[in-house]
Design a protein. Sequence first.
Length: 297
Amino acid sequence: MTYNRSAVVDYAKRHWNRPCDDGKIETRGAPLIVSEISPGPDWEAWFAEDGHDTLVFRKAGESDQPTGFNIDHFEDCTHYLNRCLIQGGVGVPVTAWAPTMAGHLISRSDTKVLGLNIPVDRARRVMDTGMVKEGDVIVYWKGGMYQHMAVRVEADGISCHTFSRYNGAPFRDTWELAHEHYLYTFIHFAADDSAPSGNMIVANGWWVASAYDGDYFYYLLADGHIRWTDNKPVTLNPPPLDLNRAGYWFDIGGKLLIIWRATGSVEKYDFPFVASSYSGVWYYGATETPISIDRLV
């Protein structure tokens, strides 16, 4: 499936501060149908930048008509994300419940989870890789469940509803929403990832990674997945899939980038030519540690 990232961002630019194209706003109760409360023909609905997302109606030559609906009623983030992703060509469930949508996106075969419920220091490292692209999804975890979700847009921005945001407007927020003390899950649509170079194709198979705390055994699969185990392999086969010991590798201009799914741990290696040993850096939150990998078989 081709994912149309630009269509997602274009939709977000048009609708971040107004109701979605289906004319609904999800609330803590029944959906609000915008046409049913409109003052009349040619009035357009907007969310006011008043710190409360107050729903107002506007018409040329007329004074704004505020409604009694605002942030105290709305719960539209998942519905808005749904409408954004549809523009990109993604089939998603019709739901206003963030945990349901997050579960669907995490389990898709065309997405990669670049950190699952990770703290902000590790999340920053993942964001610094550039692999969370425009049109990818950030899901925010707090209090034992997914509470909020947004779509990545330009610069350091996100777009979402409730509150309405687009690339820092109106609150100058970045993707962190740091004042909320969230954990972060990054969901990357993988259809347009770069094809691996010949050098990286040769790299498939077993490697041993050596760091300050010991050795880990990596298996690079040809499809961009990677697995690790504590145990030195005794066969040429990859280890069984364990999502807590799984991640993804990317071929980025002569560099090998690894992002581990469960932890948001990042590794970067210079990989300019075929060799049996490479040096790199392991990034884990604020910590940067030397690491090397050597070919086993």
